[in-house]
Design a protein around this ligand. Sequence first.
Ligand code: NAP
Length: 314
Amino acid sequence: MPKPLALVTRMDAATEAIWKDALSEALPEETLMAFREMTPQQRDAAEMAIVANPDPAQVAQLPNIAWIHSLWAGVERLVAELGADAPPIVRLVDPELARVMAEAVLAWTYYLHRDMPAYRKSQQAGQWAPRDYRHPRDITVGLLGLGELGRAAAGRLQAAGFDVIGWSRREATLEGAKTFCGEDGLVQVLAASDILVCLLPLTGETRGLLDARRLAQMKHGAAIVNFARGPIIVDADLIAALDAGRLSHAVLDVFEQEPLPAVSPFWAHPAVTVLPHISGPTDRFTAAGIVAANIRRWRQTGELPKTIDRSAGY
Ligand code: NAP
């Protein structure tokens, strides 16, 4: 009988139980226990932990875990809260999540490309106001972040005929697309993009990245889509750019504070579409299967999947 694995989350007990069932079904050979149900001896014996934004004080009560597998793809909170001494962290990399996110990027790119915000306004004003059709090849979509999600989105956008360019931390190649990195590269992507899609992780480098200076470097009338994390964009600077008409529209799925507070100016802003963090939901069943496969491989070979680079923060 292997030693137990701990499930540590800040979910309510009922939601955690649903996850525990899905994970236990995918890992019938393991003994998975919710942290809250473990005795001190079982916590001491736990060999690894599956987590979803866990309370760091609870993780600290698992002194013998060799590694941590996050159920979420974005791990900025986990990395910040667990600190430098925590065991290696593996995040969720799920092709189904990437597919769903790429679908969302294509859907909201079409929303902007086919001028849906403008037609909504025309309808509200009772105006019959056709606009010229623009071919997707004449629309440049700039992807900030060319990771699992950015690359999947690039494929969907390219298949739909959009001109795709991308920006990443290190030099990258992407078939059929120009790619950029570094500060100069960012300036070029901002200047060239009609629609800018943010799929960056939130790190020390990306927090506040899209501030007044960078937003001013964007093409006049461009639109922005943030499906990554709220604090990458400076809210007040975005609102100022939208109010000035420098940017035409923002589709925001993620916010500094979620749920978005009722007092947020984003709710009623005519140039903002507010979404409730739905662009890339985690699929419990595919996620459980991926976590299970990673744990099984570790049991068999002792090898961990790719872990988070603490110094880069993602
Ligand atoms: P990933 O595979 O780690 O890719 C991150 C990309 O961002 C990489 O291309 C990386 O560059 C680039 N990057 C990181 N720091 C940078 C910097 N300082 N300057 C330029 N580029 C930088 O991550 P992913 O799986 O694609 O996910 C991205 C983010 O999406 C997650 O961190 C999460 O916050 C968010 N997310 C949101 C939802 C939602 O529902 N809204 C769902 C899932 C995930 P390199 O290629 O050089 O490493």
